[in-house]
Design a protein around this ligand. Structure first.
Ligand SMILES: Nc1nc2c(c(=O)[nH]1)N[C@H]1C(S)=C(S)[C@@H](COP(=O)(O)O)O[C@H]1N2
Ligand SMILES: [Mo]
Length: 234
């Protein structure tokens, strides 16, 4: 099945916040250079918040659940398209996890509900050569993940948060949640999941964010930028 958006150009950075964040990526803002120590729950350079900030490119697509569809395709044995009913017909999980955003806020104990990414793998059966996943969203945002990170325990396609339908501004009807990586990897308004054999950078990864984004080793920005250069730019 071909999707008319497959060759769509990169979305415009519309919001002021997105512009500011792109500037931060370019200047290496928020790099502390500290290493994460042992048992601490808060990754280095992060501070705790109790609200839930909203971050995106400034376009918040409103997709009613009855019009929402997810295409899962690429290097898989069996591509599938799930509509809302098909998503709800999958086994549901209710993990609790912390959010760590590259802009330095973290939010503890988020109660999610949805479909484990492991269940997505079981449905499509990635080919042996599939090594990365590209997420495509309804706002044309993209982000990339190694297959192992996508499939990690705790990762899910979330449609509920704290017992309520996931709010539109946080990516409803359905978003990805990959709690062990910075939150830019958790695509909101999820539309397509593409399994690929070679890594392909997404929206922020192309603009100076780290390819993997592990908060515990402060993988905020691309190594190509150089940590000294990044720090001296703060
Ligand atoms: N589709 C889409 N997903 C996205 C983004 C976006 O702009 N579009 N922004 C990312 C970034 S940078 C962050 S920090 C989180 C923010 O999620 P929140 O607004 O629910 O806190 O969403 C991520 N997922
Ligand atoms: Mo972010």
């Amino acid at each position: 099945m071909s999707d008319p958006q497959d060759d769509a150009p990169a979305p415009k950075v519309r919001g002021r916040l997105a512009e500011i964040k792109q500037g931060w990526a370019e200047s290496g803002r928020f790099l502390t250079g500290q290493a994460a120590s042992g048992e601490q729950r808060l990754p280095p350079g992060q501070h705790l918040v109790t609200n839930w900030p909203i971050l995106d490119l400034g376009t918040r697509p409103r997709i009613p659940p009855e019009r929402w569809q997810l295409r899962v395709f690429g290097a898989v044995e069996e591509a599938v398209t799930w509509d809302w009913d098909a998503l709800l017909a999958q086994p549901q999980v209710r993990p609790v996890s912390d959010i760590h955003c590259v802009t330095t806020w973290s939010r503890y104990d988020n109660h999610w509900e949805g479909v484990a990414t492991a269940q997505v793998l079981a449905a499509v059966r990635p080919k042996p050569e599939a090594r990365f996943v590209v997420l495509h969203s309804y706002d044309d945002y993209t982000t990339n993940l190694p297959l192992d990170d996508f499939a990690a325990p705790g990762a899910l396609l979330a449609h509920r948060w704290e017992g309520e339908a996931l709010p539109v501004e946080h990516g409803g009807p359905v978003r990805l949640v990959v709690p062990h990586l910075y939150f830019w990897k958790s695509a909101k308004w999820l539309r397509r999941i593409e399994f690929v054999t070679e890594d392909r950078r997404g929206f922020w990864e192309e603009r100076g964010y780290h390819d993997r984004g592990d908060p515990w080793s402060e993988q905020r920005y691309s190594e190509e930028m150089g940590i000294e250069e990044a720090r001296s730019a703060i």
